[in-house]
Design a binder for this molecule. Structure first.
Ligand SMILES: CC(=O)CC(=O)SCCNC(=O)CCNC(=O)[C@H](O)C(C)(C)COP(=O)(O)OP(=O)(O)OC[C@H]1O[C@@H](n2cnc3c(N)ncnc32)[C@H](O)[C@@H]1OP(=O)(O)O
Ligand SMILES: NC(=O)C1=CN([C@@H]2O[C@H](COP(=O)(O)OP(=O)(O)OC[C@H]3O[C@@H](n4cnc5c(N)ncnc54)[C@H](OP(=O)(O)O)[C@@H]3O)[C@@H](O)[C@H]2O)C=CC1
Length: 291
């Protein structure tokens, strides 16, 4: 089945990036969110990121205009009904994803492929509550979507080969590289990356280093483009904590226990860049460490 149109659910940092790259690759995109404000913010962000690509000579002005014209937004989930591929990128909470799929399914064409951009949640379990487990899989982009080359493709226990091949063809049309991951908690990238970020928070919690020394050490000492705390703020501390909880519950191993300091930041609503404060305070001219 050839995919021509893509529905994106959730207009946060991942949703806007997914809509951006799909539209640029020639897909008709319809993006939905419960909040009109999130949809408006996403469109502004896409315009800004496309303009940056034009200014760097990566995208032509004509391609930018064409991509913008291919993106529609709606607050009505049912408007995604006629699309060929749906990529769900709402908040990392299983109950939210389940309820989105439950509301969407009555409106979907039977042949539509349904996917989730989840960072960690079982694809098999999400799929089992839909009417199409064989047409359901994980489609996991990395942040920032327009820049990062990798997409993890995760088959649930029932995903059929036709669905996998159709998603692989989309990844290739986007100019990205797919990695196939088995369906176990947090798949490949986050199984490795998130315990490192959590360990960095423990290093901070135990006073081994402060925010500046931890991030500086990993940038200069391990050549990481961002320090682990800066990266946690970039991903979103709520998402980091959700992933650690999935690892902890799903693998039943105490080595994945979330650091209490990470929990405290999330409980404070200090979720990182998206709320203006996390391990850094972003409300001034330059980010200032909060510890
Ligand atoms: C949690 C999960 O489930 C999985 C994940 O995503 S884990 C997170 C994975 N991501 C990472 O690890 C990112 C690590 N950080 C980096 O690679 C780099 O810091 C970065 C690419 C984000 C920025 O790089 P930089 O050199 O500091 O910035 P800068 O030179 O301004 O930008 C580099 C490129 O990124 C683009 N960019 C930067 N931030 C961007 C953003 N938020 N959105 C879109 N594009 C962005 C710029 O346009 C630029 O593109 P070109 O060079 O192609 O023109
Ligand atoms: N952040 C990252 O680096 C990465 C995240 N992911 C995954 O992508 C998904 C989205 O993450 P991210 O974009 O960072 O999160 P954000 O918090 O930036 O965005 C999530 C969006 O989903 C919206 N939303 C919540 N409930 C619904 C609903 N019922 N219907 C439609 N939209 C809804 C939220 O609205 P509101 O704000 O009003 O609640 C918000 O706009 C998660 O599953 C995450 O694990 C995957 C790769 C990387």
């Amino acid at each position: 089945m050839e995919i021509k149109s893509v529905g994106v659910i959730g207009a946060g940092q991942m949703g806007n990036g997914i809509a951006h790259v799909c539209a640029l690759a020639g897909y008709d995109v319809i993006m939905t969110d419960i909040s009109q404000e999130a949809l408006d913010r996403a469109v502004t962000q896409i315009d800004r990121n496309l303009a940056r690509q034009v200014s760097r000579g990566l995208v032509s002005e004509e391609d930018k205009t064409a991509a913008q014209s291919r993106i529609r937004t709606t607050q009505t989930l049912a408007d995604l009904g006629p699309t060929d591929l749906v990529i769900e990128a709402a908040t990392e909470r299983e109950t939210i994803k389940d309820s989105i799929f439950k509301d969407l399914l009555p409106h979907l064409k039977p042949e539509t492929i349904l996917t989730s951009n989840t960072s960690s949640i079982s694809i098999t379990r999400l799929a089992s509550r839909t009417d199409r487990p064989e047409k359901f899989m994980g489609f996991h982009f990395m942040n920032p979507v327009p820049v990062m080359q990798l997409v993890e493709l995760i088959r649930g226990i029932a995903t059929d080969q036709e669905t996998y091949d159709a998603c692989l063809a989309v990844v290739e049309k986007l100019g990205k590289t797919a990695a196939s991951a088995e369906d176990f908690p947090a798949f490949i990238v986050n199984r490795i990356l998130m315990p490192m970020i959590n360990e960095a928070v423990y290093v901070l919690y135990e006073g081994v280093g402060n925010v500046k020394s931890i991030d500086g050490s990993m940038k200069l000492g391990a050549n990481h483009p961002m320090g682990p705390l800066e990266l946690a703020d970039f991903i979103g501390l709520d998402t980091c904590l959700a992933i650690m909880n999935v690892l902890h519950d799903g693998l039943a191993d105490t080595k994945y226990r979330p650091c209490p300091l990470l929990t405290k930041y999330v409980e404070a609503g200090w979720l990182g860049r998206k709320t203006g404060r996390g391990f850094y305070d972003y409300r001034g001219e330059t980010p200032v460490p909060t510890r």
